[in-house]
Design a binder for this molecule. Structure first.
Ligand code: G3I
Ligand code: 9MR
Length: 602
């Protein structure tokens, strides 16, 4: 593994860093000071955990430090070594998921863009960190570009992909109907075509349930911040075409595939397009295992209905560019809804399926999603797109709470869509939406405040497979609470969740490939593993620490069995170290939102 900390820090090694004298402010408040007095050169102390990518000027700014030193801290200008702010560390406390006594340095009062270090007398100094007006812009670009890098069925050219250019993989123009999906019109063995789409993750398969939640975050990003995304240039093959924003061009690559996952004879949607087993760790173009359409089901069909209904309204202004797609997508959504009404509980059960049909299919299951919630999500998108009250009446909103989105829980998605369209809602629904997000936001704030890391994520159950996406999806929901209320605390809490993903966490890693000082280098991503390029494909957030070992590494390989430390940057650790589209999508949403929402602060 390449550790970029050394290289980055070396650039500043010759600077004489000036210690602060300790003439600081009263308890707890940090204050800006003009200079310090005694000089001494300190060691970089890697246990000072801090966002390694950067802070927006107006953001809350925290570092977590071990419970050592004399209780004071200062922030130094990285170039001059002059202190610019001093303060008191918080009282030491333990965060159970990492079981360490830590203190918080809060330097939110520092808003001047620049490069700095945090100094804790008696402990050492942090890596250099930055305050920048565009702190998350290139991260947002890269997080979205990661989808391009995971495109199926196309060659990635050097002018778009740089050193990660690669031949086309998986044309998916000859996909075999698996016996689990056989019907009279399409018997087992029928060949159908469903090219394009994104590989789900580190594997090469394409799963509808996981695509649904992914599309929701990406299309919401555009719906909520159209001007921000209109100005973005991702350098993808379609960039700029027809004046449509790149985020819609990239998303269209997946929507085109999704449309082909619907059985044209009855409106039902196949659960997944997959090989029978996971491929070896090879480049996509070197594999030729049969690809199957597997099992139509209610979970996939309703996910599809929701996604197509939403996409129909988002793409409506661009019908000329994409080819009259909005009507087609709405019709597809309604056909899918009809199928699901007639088949309300056809669950995907891979084990049961494998007892009946050959070949066995052992790839991602994405089963046991909450069907009621995905149905409510689909009806809500149909309501928002058509304005037709009958869809609103399908949802018992008064009895629903807002959950944090995940592939198995679509509840939060419908609330988020409603929050984005308040002007279309009846007064009572508006009040409901605002109240629900306030309750959710306040609950998340309480968790953040009550946590020694000012993060939340306080119990082992918060560290499930893909825990980084939990932090990001919480941030996404906090941003909804902020958009509705303009209560800055919600936005600050969202920033704190970003900090966690970008290095203010007990592992010390920035969890996004290509970003940060201590970078992850060996993600469970077949292309990154097999391409003979040292750097992994950039812009992917990894799953993150997981509270139980469910992979090939073996428990002994993990540095700790504490949930927040159970992470290994190694291929074997697919339950902590894989990438996935549904994890990258909230990374896109949150980074874009933080940039767009603070534009007037620059
Ligand atoms: O539902 C149970 C819950 O009742 C139980 O208390 C809890 C305790 O372990 O487990 C819950 O089930 C977990 C399930 O996710 C639902 O959250 C499983 O243990 C866990 O193994 C499962 O992980 C999923 C993983 O695939 C394995 O199936 C992840 O959510 C999912 O994101 C991940 O997705 C994979 C695809 O299958 C294939 N492509 C890559 C992708 C990312 O790794
Ligand atoms: O590579 C697979 C990854 O994408 C999945 O998320 C994971 C869990 O379903 O499974 C991985 O494949 C492993 C398989 O399950 C067991 N044998 C080793 C495979 C990885 O090398």
């Amino acid at each position: 593994m390449k550790n970029t900390v050394t290289a980055w820090v070396a650039g500043f090694a010759s600077l004489a860093l000036v210690a602060c004298s300790g003439n600081g402010p009263d308890e707890s408040d940090a204050e800006v000071v003009s200079n310090g007095n005694d000089s001494d050169v300190n060691q970089v102390e890697p246990r000072i955990r801090i966002n390694q990518v950067g802070f927006l000027p107006g953001a809350a700014k925290l570092a977590v430090v071990p419970d050592e030193g004399d209780g004071r801290f200062s922030v130094l200008d990285a170039e001059t070594g002059e202190p610019v702010l001093t303060g008191d560390l918080s009282i030491a406390a333990v965060w159970a998921p990492a079981d360490q006594q830590v203190r918080i340095a809060d330097f939110s009062d520092l808003t001047e863009p620049g490069e700095y270090r945090l100094r804790v007398p008696g402990l050492g100094e942090s890596q250099v960190f930055r305050i920048q007006p565009e702190a998350y812009r290139s991260l947002n670009d890269a997080a979205l570009k990661a989808f391009y890098f995971n495109r199926a069925s196309t060659e990635l050219l050097p002018e778009h992909a740089g050193q990660w250019a690669r031949p086309a993989g998986h044309p998916d123009t000859e996909v075999e109907i698996h016996p689990s999906a056989a019907t009279e019109d399409r018997p087992a063995g029928t060949i159908v075509s469903a090219p394009k789409g994104w590989y789900d993750a580190g594997d090469f398969n394409k799963y509808i349930v996981n695509s649904g939640i992914t599309m929701h975050a990406l299309l919401s990003a555009y719906e909520h911040f159209p001007a921000y995304y209109a100005a973005q240039d991702l350098t993808i093959p379609e960039s700029g075409e027809g004046g449509a924003p790149d985020i819609l061009h990239e998303s269209w690559w997946n929507l085109e595939w999704m449309l082909e996952m619907q059985d044209p004879y009855d409106g039902g949607v196949y659960h997944k397009l997959t090989t029978a087993r996971f491929a070896d760790a090879v480049m996509p173009h070197t594999t030729d295992a049969t690809r199957y359409m597997v099992a139509k089901g209610t979970e996939a069909t309703l996910n599809f209905a929701a996604t197509m209904a939403m996409a129909s309204r988002v793409y409506a202004p661009y019908d000329e560019v994409f080819g009259e797609v909005s009507e087609r997508m709405l019709a597809a959504a309604k056909d899918a809804w009809e199928w699901a009404e007639a088949n309300p509980d056809v669950r995907y059960d891979q084990n049961a399926m494998n007892e009946v049909y050959d070949p066995d299919v052992v790839t991602g299951a994405y089963s046991n999603a909450n069907i009621d919630l995905v149905r409510a999500w689909a009806a809500t998108e149909l309501y928002l797109t058509t304005g037709d009250r009958e869809w609103r009446e399908q949802v018992d909103l008064e009895r629903m709470t807002v959950g944090i989105p995940s592939w198995s829980n679509s509840g939060g998605l419908l609330w988020m869509s409603l929050a984005g369209h308040l002007d279309q809602l009846a007064d009572a629904d508006r009040t409901l939406v605002e109240g629900r997000f306030q309750t959710l936001g306040d609950g998340l704030l309480a968790q953040v405040r009550g946590s020694a890391w000012r993060l939340g994520m306080n119990v082992p159950g918060d560290f499930f497979w893909g825990s980084n996406s939990y932090a990001l999806n919480q941030a996404m929901m906090l941003i909804q609470a902020y958009r509705l209320s303009e209560n800055r605390e919600y936005l600050d809490a969202a920033h704190k969740k970003m900090d966690y993903v970008l290095g203010r966490n007990p592992t010390g890693y920035s969890f996004v490939t290509g970003f940060g000082l201590q970078q992850v280098m060996d993600p469970h991503h077949r292309v990154s593993y097999a391409d003979d390029i040292e750097d992994p494909v950039p812009g992917f957030v990894l799953g993150g620490p997981h509270n139980s070992v469910q992979d090939d590494c073996g428990a002994d390989e993990y540095p700790s069995n504490l949930p927040a430390l159970s992470f290994i940057d190694h291929w074997c650790s697919y339950s902590t170290n894989e990438v996935a589209i549904n994890w990258n999508a909230p990374l896109v949403y949150v980074t874009g939102a933080l940039q767009a929402l603070t534009a007037d602060e620059r």
